[in-house]
Design a protein around this ligand. Sequence first.
Ligand SMILES: [Zn+2]
Length: 126
Amino acid sequence: MGENARHDYGRHVIEMRRKFAPWLESEDPVLAANSILLVIDRTCALISRQIFATGEDFRENGGFTERLSSARLEKRDEQAAASGSPACPKCGKPMRKVVARKGRNAGNPFWSCTGYPECNGTRSFQ
Ligand SMILES: [Zn+2]
């Protein structure tokens, strides 16, 4: 939840308090209790809308970890391009140095396309 949402909630709560003050502070306990229930009901509706909006935002933009990974990969590709790495033989994008994790070349470095996984271009590292 951002600062703006917190500010909006605070303003909303103060507004509801002002709006329902005559009933909330009523001498009649039934009237006071009913107005408290009404405020609770409105707060629940507000929270439901916020949960729905958060879900929609997640569907559209992904979660924090996903956006963080994406930003890091983008920066890593920029760094690869700026470091004078070779161009991919398949698509021409800059390549990044990676180390093979498995197979007969496990532990050995090689150039991998920054377009991976869309492009699987590689070059041997010398
Ligand atoms: Zn490529």
